[in-house]
Write a protein that binds this ligand. Structure first.
Ligand code: G6P
Length: 783
């Protein structure tokens, strides 16, 4: 730093000196010119008046001429005057200059030749002079020349004075500028840099907050350093975590572990995901565009996976401002504030959306697969649009895969039953999986779909089909067995058809498990609960929570009835227990969903009215989209969480609730008809159709001994932690990448390409995969 200062100051001194010298030189030149002009002007004026006096006496009286010369000779700076005839002979001269002007000066000769005043500056050994010669006339005839000599030494003195002053000025300037520069450097550069360096050091060692309070000048740099330090901290804590886990001989999946694992499996290729619902949709609100996250279990599960692996997610652009947010390839990087992967949007016409999404997928397949007593509707026009939309998405997927060898595709859900075959047909080198996020019913139930053969054929284009639980796999294989010409390898859970093999396996989906560091930063759940109740304007001693899309499969009305029954049977809880239901409006364009919203609101209203007492409410229905942080506050504030789906593939609300309870409190009441019930055995399992039983479970939950409650929550947390969403993705991608794809030879022989659960298989995969025959398969219909 000192060397830097010296260099800076020396450069400044040289610069200033150079500039001052050049400007002084110019100033001296200007001054010299103006002093000379001034002198010449004086000589000219004097010359004119002398000439007037001399000319009448020229050739008549030398004495008179000498008198005139003597009279004028004592002016300021005037060295002398001389008069010459035409031949150059001196006629009169000031005594002091006689020796110098004995011979006619050059200027006088020039004046005579040119008949014009002539000036010249001459330097003798001791003097600097100006010689000004004026031709003398009589009528038009040149008589001789008058010479006026001025002493010009004072001009040199002036020049010397200017140089002296310049030198002094430069000296003072240099000292002042050097001093000021030193102070500026110290105040605005050296000081802030030293403070910033201290802050960076503290940040690096984790002793400082990432917020930089120093100079504005360094803010952009500080921001970059802070995010670098954050990445370092995250990397360090991931490494520590890994080390801890290795130490504990555990193998918890983390985002980092998944990223490394998937990179290894992809071998330089790329991961693609296709789903109907996009992870972010853009909506216009006034003049601004907002990015929102939809309420979808699928999105909740896949977002962390995509963030970990940086792939491409292809989905329907459904937001009203979605087109404004994409580039020329209909793509954008997301999450909006931390670009980690690419979202490619596919546009659908109103008619396509109506037929494919609302119609075939959600009025047909959704109720068909969820046995919740809503009749599926199958319209031929919807089927047409379903096929068209599958083709449209397949085209977008193929475009994205273009140029990528052996791409890996994870197709999501019942919206895309036809897509695996469409992709495989064009890209046999692609590894294609489809994960079915909803239940698969028994063959009789599925058989009512008029296009079941085409759906199964489309699905069997995939190399791997995943369901949440084994019984859904079993139902699927049974359906294939009864519907299509195929060979089922029950011992490998594979379907061989037209020389292609499809493996069918359970992969129970899950959620992220928050890191303890993040959890401990939060306020204790009791404080959080008091704040939440204040905000809601509620007076309650006990709090229950439910979080759902408002969907008839979720058993929301049954849940309300159970709350009502609890309050009827146990009046003690009136005025004390409040149940908050968060309900995100969903698919409201479909009449059944639209009506359901009204029913839910009316039912809450009815029950509240029945038990109305002061400020207390039995049920608070919070209609609307809530983000993850808002929902987490409810989870952490509640004594119990009610999940009463009439049928559900998995249900991630149950797992999210458990993951949020780092205080190890809270009781989960869980429908036995959810996939989650197979894993969360420490929940209070209920049949949601049995209102008495659910009401009783609420009472048991509220009165549960804290030790028992804690032990149950601890076991459930261990389960969710060990089987988190990274574990799910790792297993799914790992199995897909391990499958042997058909080569022309294997195709010719028709040898099966299945796989058995590998070392990475989840516990439930090992536990549930049956030893051999179909006789072991449970195909019990869901309720
Ligand atoms: C279920 C489905 C998802 C779907 C979600 C929300 O979880 O399995 O595919 O995204 O519901 O429904 P929506 O129709 O709004 O996408």
């Amino acid at each position: 730093m000192r060397l830097l200062n010296i260099r800076l100051i020396v450069s400044l001194i040289l610069g200033i000196t150079l500039v001052s010298l050049v400007s002084s030189y110019l100033e001296v030149r200007v001054q010299k010119r103006s002093l000379r002009q001034d002198l010449e002007h004086r000589a000219e004026v004097l010359g004119e008046s002398l000439a007037e006096n001399v000319e009448p006496h020229f050739g008549r009286s030398s004495r008179r001429l000498q008198e005139i010369v003597l009279r004028f000779g004592n002016r300021e700076h005037l060295a002398g005057v001389a008069i010459y005839d035409r031949e150059g002979n001196v006629l009169a001269v000031t005594p002091g200059l006689a020796p110098l002007l004995a011979t006619q000066p050059h200027a006088a000769a020039q004046a005579l030749v040119n008949n014009r005043e002539t000036s010249e500056f001459v330097r003798t050994e001791s003097d600097a002079l100006n010689i000004y010669a004026v031709p003398l006339h009589k009528n038009a005839e040149i008589l001789g020349a008058l010479v006026i000599v001025h002493d010009a030494a004072y001009i040199d003195a002036q020049k010397a004075r200017i140089w002296r002053e310049t030198f002094l000025r430069v000296l003072v300037q240099v000292v002042l500028i050097a001093l000021i520069t030193l102070l500026i450097v110290r105040w605005s550069i050296t000081g802030p840099i030293a403070r910033a360096a201290q802050w960076m050091k503290a940040l690096r060692t984790g002793r400082s907050s990432p917020h930089f309070s120093g100079s504005d000048l360094l803010h952009p740099l500080a921001q970059e350093v802070a995010s670098l330090a954050q990445s370092l901290t995250a990397a360090r804590s991931a490494a520590e975590k890994e080390a801890e886990l290795r130490d504990a001989a555990e193998s918890i999946w983390t985002a980092d572990r998944l990223a490394v694992y998937v990179r290894g499996r992809l071998k330089g290729s790329r991961l693609f995901v296709v789903s109907n619902r996009e992870p972010y949709f853009h909506v216009r609100s006034g003049k601004t565009v907002q990015a929102l996250v939809p309420a979808s279990g699928l999105v909740t599960a896949l977002e962390p996976v995509l963030c970990a692996c940086d792939g491409t997610w292809i989905a329907h652009g459904s937001g009203d401002a979605d087109r404004e947010a994409v580039d020329q390839h209909d793509s954008l990087r997301v999450p909006p504030d931390d670009h980690r992967y690419t979202l490619r949007r596919v546009w659908l016409s109103k008619e396509e959306e109506e037929g494919y999404y609302y119609g075939f997928a959600n009025e047909g397949l959704w109720p068909l697969c969820h046995i919740a007593h809503t009749r599926p509707i199958f319209r031929a026009s919807d089927w047409e649009n379903y096929q068209l939309a599958n083709k449209k998405f397949a085209k977008a997927v193929l475009e994205e895969m273009d140029g990528i060898e052996q791409p890996v595709l994870l197709t999501q859900d019942y919206h895309f039953a036809l897509l695996p075959r469409l992709i495989k047909r064009e890209r046999p080198d692609a590894r294609v999986a489809i994960f079915w996020h909803i239940p698969w019913p028994n063959p009789e139930a599925f058989g009512i779909c008029p296009w079941q053969r085409q759906l199964l054929d489309g699905l069997l284009g995939a190399d791997l089909i995943g369901f949440h639980i084994q019984s859904h796999c079993n139902n699927f294989l049974q359906t294939v067995d009864r519907t299509l010409e195929s060979r089922i390898e029950w011992e490998h859970f594979a379907v061989n058809r037209e020389k292609h093999s499809t493996t069918v396996m359970p992969f129970p989906i899950s959620v992220e498990f928050p890191e303890p560091a993040q959890a401990s930063e939060d306020r204790p759940s009791q404080q959080e609960r008091a704040a939440l109740l204040r905000e809601l304007g509620l007076e309650a001693v006990y709090l229950g929570v439910g979080v759902d899309r408002v969907d008839y499969t979720k058993g929301i009305l049954e849940r309300f009835l159970a709350v009502e029954r609890l309050l009827e049977k146990h009046p003690f809880y009136r005025g004390k227990f409040t149940f908050v239901q968060i309900g995100a409006p969903s698919r409201t364009h479909i009449k059944r969903y639209h009506d359901l919203m009204a029913e839910v609101e009316a039912e809450a209203e009815r029950i509240n009215w029945k038990f109305a007492a002061g400020k207390w409410k039995a049920i608070v229905f919070r209609k609307g989209q809530h983000n993850h942080d808002e929902i987490r506050r409810y989870y952490r504030s509640a004594d119990l969480c009610l999940v009463t789906s009439l049928h559900d593939g998995m249900n991630l609300v149950a797992k999210e609730f458990v993951a949020a309870r780092d205080d190890e409190r809270g009781v989960l009441i869980l429908s036995m008809f959810t996939g989650a019930a197979r894993e969360l055995r420490d929940a209070l399992l209920v049949n949601p159709y049995d209102i008495e039983q659910t009401a009783e479970a609420i009472q048991v939950a509220l009165e549960m001994d804290p030790e028992n409650r804690k032990a149950r929550m601890l076991r459930m947390r261990k389960m969710v932690k060990e089987h988190n969403v990274y574990n799910w993705a790792g297993n799914l991608i790992g199995h897909l990448c391990e499958l042997r794809l058909e080569t022309p030879e294997t195709k010719a022989t028709g040898v099966g390409m299945g796989t058995t659960p590998g070392p990475g298989a989840t516990r439930s995969q090992r536990r549930l995969a049956p030893a051999t025959t179909r006789s072991m398969i449970s195909v019990a219909p869901a309720p």
